[in-house]
Design a protein around this ligand. Structure first.
Ligand code: ATP
Ligand code: MG
Length: 395
């Protein structure tokens, strides 16, 4: 490969210092190597504020697409690596300018190696002079068509004229683990993406009600988990058989409170699964007002059965915004496949929109839900969804 054979990765101005910064960089480094694991010939190197990847014959478009999925990267560039020598730097920048077809340029130098004979301003002037003398390009310091960036390190200098935005956020997994309630719908996979973006590791719990929900519905959930696992690596999925508990709720509470009770049971089980698996919080794809069970009154009534934090990344988003994100991360088409999930099967006609904790507790006093929850937990099935894994493996 000739030009642009080294990727320079920036992780921005971190507010975190000391050990946190070390953890951030170490995790980011691991996550980058994981997402590029199928390219064994890449050579990695890191300094205190940059990661470099040397390509051999890999397809840069695939590398670019993968790196854009790694949280914690603020931006990256495909660069040309030259020896840290002013004549080499000038020659390369001139070639970039000549080949660009652009009319205006600006040189932006960062000198990491303070022993280099010129300071960054001196390098800017020397390189700009070379381009002005040999081309028709003009300098525009405010809105250059061609911003050429030069990073001078001790032995090598990296030159680029593009800056690709990274995904931002924190490296997946540095901020602890959360248990996400993952349905087959549109919202919860998007919630997974948002949670991972904040540096959390997501483990999932899914409530299935066979035979009312089909094997296809379960497969769909595993497919969704696989899709979002590209952002963090393998994802553990706890599948809870919810049928008996759900039937009992409908028998006991009847129509209006069924959803409220069902969700209170889901949260109780989720809290237990979370605590057994070192997840410090529960995540959901709820959004205020979207359905009867997501009015503020419903959320309050349902949330009251758990004591660990519940994180709802989509809580203030509009459905259209959520759908746009689902399309962006590629889960939308799978989410809209028409397989019944447990909520749509037992869809009550008149769900209460302002449930009270008192009424919910009255219904719950009528049956021994605790032992039913214990049964659910005892019969959980644990699967692993991974980005590289074939869907068939989960059948
Ligand atoms: P989604 O599109 O995520 O299914 P929704 O708009 O259909 O959301 P609900 O079905 O009321 O809304 O679910 C709200 C949240 O509760 C979901 O985002 C998810 O976190 C959780 N949830 C719902 N059903 C299940 C299920 N069968 N298993 C696990 N979690 C669920
Ligand atoms: Mg749903």
């Amino acid at each position: 490969m000739g030009r642009y054979d080294t990727v320079l990765i920036r992780y921005g101005e971190l507010s975190t210092k000391g050990k946190n910064r070390k953890d951030f960089i170490r995790k980011l480094y691991q996550n980058i190597q994981r997402i590029l694991a199928d390219f064994p010939n890449l050579a990695y190197r890191r300094t205190h504020d940059r990661i470099y990847i040397r390509l051999t014959d890999e397809d840069p478009d695939i590398i670019r697409e993968r790196l854009q999925k790694v949280f914690g990267i603020s931006s990256f560039s495909f660069t040309e690596k030259v020896p840290s020598d002013l004549e080499e730097i000038k020659k390369t920048c001139l070639a970039i300018a000549q080949e660009s077809g652009k009319k205006t340029f600006k040189i932006i130098t960062r000198r990491h190696d303070k022993t280099f004979p010129l300071n960054s301003d001196g390098i800017n002037r020397a390189v700009a002079g070379e381009i002005l003398r040999n081309t028709d390009l003009k300098v525009d310091v405010h809105e250059p068509e061609l911003p050429i960036q030069i990073e001078v390190q001790q032995n090598d200098t990296y030159i680029t004229s593009e800056k690709i935005p990274g995904a931002g956020g924190y490296p997946a997994g540095i901020n602890g683990k959360v248990l996400l309630m993952l349905s087959g719908g549109i919202d919860s996979p998007v919630a997974a993406y948002e949670l991972i973006k904040r540096g959390l590791e997501v483990e999932a719990v899914h409530f299935a009600s066979p035979p009312y929900t089909s094997e296809n519905a379960r497969q769909k959930v595993m497919d969704l988990a696989s899709m979002v696992s590209i952002y963090q690596g393998e994802m553990k999925v706890h599948i809870i058989n919810f049928t008996d508990l759900q039937l009992e709720i409908y028998k006991t509470a009847g129509d209006p409170y069924a959803i409220t009770l069902m969700r209170r049971m889901m949260f109780r089980i989720a809290q237990e699964v979370a605590q057994r698996n070192n997840c410090l919080a529960i995540g959901t794809g709820e959004s205020i007002g979207q359905v009867a069970s997501q009015t503020l009154e419903s959320i309050a009534c349902i949330n009251s059965v758990v004591s660990i934090p519940v994180i709802r990344p989509l809580v203030c988003m509009d459905k259209v915004e959520i759908i746009d994100l689902a399309k962006k991360i590629g889960t939308y088409e799978t989410s809209i496949q028409p397989f019944e999930d447990c909520c749509t099967i037992f869809d009550p006609k008149n769900p209460v929109t302002k449930p009270t904790i008192k009424r919910a507790e009255e219904y719950e006093a009528r049956f021994d839900y605790e032992s039913m929850i214990a049964d659910c937990l005892e019969n959980e099935i644990i699967s692993t969804a991974g980005p590289e894994t074939e869907a068939e493996e989960f059948l």
